[in-house]
Design a protein around this ligand. Structure first.
Ligand code: ZN
Length: 519
């Protein structure tokens, strides 16, 4: 701006992101997006509305919003009452730019509840266009879950206020299509389809919010300078996604068994799923290197592994700490210690954290970090499970040609539903393996039938009547090349891996397991 010195004010128009999700190639994930729907709702993820001037990120912001009186705002942003404020106008204060964008606001017809979890005031606000879901109906499940989370956290202190903004989409052309959630320090935005049955909605909310709420520990309290002073134009990433996402995801599972919401076998099943899923990513990639470079290839493609292997790193470290401390210390203990040293305004120094943790704990932890976090050595999960008297068993089970339980081995490309491919990161059944198929292969033709979404459905239907000695010819595309795979239909089996107790666990192993899961 060449005449910036003489500018009094700048005004500009913004468009929302929900409208354009189906038009642009790389749409903004809905929970991070914005919506402007006159007299219905305004979803203000404020980075979509408010900018900053270079060098002025750390100054206080005052935000005045004028909205129809029929819509009620929900946010964790601090409101200030100004003497001259006009009707329908609200003014919010933020200490710095980060606080502006860390506090989304949902304007919607009144549909919210506020409840108390010990010293935290939680507000759940719902935008349900057809009025099918009331915040009040969701409250009991959410309250019970967050109460259990707070019990699990014990003395770990987080926030005094937490806001859950749930936006339900009608799936129309101009509505949200990216389902899931985005966490903020003291709030979370969740986007789900309104047509989901109430039970599924509740289940999704429990899964999603339990993870997001644990982010009050990390990165809210415990985070590095890279996060505190985030450079939006030239982002420098932290090496500690194993903690920000991994510890959070691990806690989101551990608290459920510790608080008796699920039993041991359900917990082991979740861990086994994470082990299987993590094998779909590069298990020999240094997790800290990946984290530091997560915005670039080949690290970017492994991001989802922060929820899989990231949680397993924490599980292994947790068992190790319990073992070395005779059951006393744990990852939860560690996070409490770290949250005493660091808080919202006190970041740690990124490269020093691991040394600091080693100094707080045991030399063996240094070895663990060097091998499995900094280094590229896969974690021998069976060795860690053995310490708590568990083992991974594997057996061949009868299956079907195209499904593993409810999950199909094949999927359609979301950008073109007529491109059918074999899922990656899934252990394939004997049918696909014996044909020589691999995850990622695009199926072009099966026994003379060209494959699109409809013909694939037809073949899946027919496959229930296939004989074991039926001849199969499958043309697939791999790395741009068409390959013909031939073989028999066979009798499909799949390899089932389970975490179970060893037959006669030692007393020490049982005591350690008890400390790990119940203390
Ligand atoms: Zn997360």
């Amino acid at each position: 701006l060449t005449t910036a010195q003489s500018i009094d004010k700048i005004s500009y128009l913004v468009n929302d992101t929900f409208d354009t999700e189906t038009e642009v190639e790389d749409p903004i994930f809905s929970p991070a997006g914005t919506n402007i729907l006159k007299n219905e709702n305004f979803l203000l993820n404020l980075h979509g509305f408010v900018g900053y001037f270079q060098g002025l990120k750390e100054v206080p912001y005052e935000l005045t919003i004028k909205a129809p009186a029929s819509l009620q705002p929900s946010t964790s942003l601090k409101e200030t009452i100004k003497g001259e404020s006009k009707q329908g106008e609200k003014t919010y204060l933020a200490d710095r730019y980060f606080e502006v964008i860390d506090n989304p606001i949902l304007y919607a017809k009144p549909n919210s509840v506020t409840f108390q979890i010990k010293d935290i005031s939680v507000t759940l606000s719902v935008y349900s266009p057809n009025g099918t879901l009331k915040a009040k109906d969701l409250q009991p499940k959410m309250e019970a879950m967050m109460q259990a989370q707070k019990n699990f956290l014990g003395e770990i202190d987080g926030t005094k206020q937490y806001t859950i903004l749930l936006y339900l989409s009608q799936l129309s052309n101009t509505d949200a299509t990216g389902f899931g959630a985005l966490e903020h320090h003291t709030s979370t935005v969740v986007v789900l389809p309104e047509q989901l049955p109430k039970e599924s909605l509740e289940e999704s909310m429990v899964d999603v919010v339990s993870h997001e709420f644990f982010h009050i520990v990390t990165p809210l309290s415990v985070h590095s300078r890279e996060i505190q002073y985030f450079d939006f134009n030239a982002p420098k990433m932290s090496m500690h996604l194993w903690m920000y996402e991994g510890t959070t995801e691990y806690f989101a599972n551990l608290f459920q068994i510790q608080q008796g919401l699920i039993d041991e076998s359900a917990f082991y099943e979740r861990i086994m799923d994470k082990i299987s899923n993590s094998m779909g990513y590069d298990d020999t990639m240094s997790f800290t290197t990946m984290s530091k470079n997560i915005l670039e290839a080949p690290y970017k493609e492994n991001y989802i592994n922060v929820y899989e292997k990231g949680a397993l790193i924490n599980m292994s470290l947790d068992i190790l700490l319990r073992e070395l401390s005779k059951g006393e210390k744990s990852v939860r203990w560690l996070m409490k210690e770290l949250s005493n040293r660091y808080d919202v305004n006190t970041p740690f120094n990124d490269p020093d954290l691991l040394d600091e943790i080693v100094a707080m704990t045991y030399p063996e932890v240094s070895d663990f970090f060097n091998r499995h976090l900094l280094g590229n050595e896969p974690i021998p999960y069976d060795k860690y499970l053995e310490k708590v008297g568990l083992e991974i068993t594997s057996s061949e089970q009868p299956g079907s040609y195209f499904f593993l339980g409810q999950m199909p081995y094949v999927d359609a490309n979301p950008a073109n539903l007529d491109i059918i491919f074999i899922r990656k990161g899934v252990a394939l059944n004997s049918f696909f393996q014996e044909l020589g198929a691999e995850g990622g292969d695009i199926i072009k033709n099966i026994n003379g039938t060209d494959i699109d979404l409809e013909s694939m459905r037809g073949i899946i239907g027919q496959s229930f009547g296939w004989d074991a000695d039926k001849d199969i010819t499958m043309n697939i595309e791999r790395d741009g090349e068409i390959i013909e795979l031939t073989g028999k239909a066979g009798t499909p089996t799949y390899n089932e891996r389970k975490i179970v107790s060893v037959e006669a666990p030692s007393e020490a192993a049982l005591a350690l397991r008890e400390a790990w899961l119940k203390n």
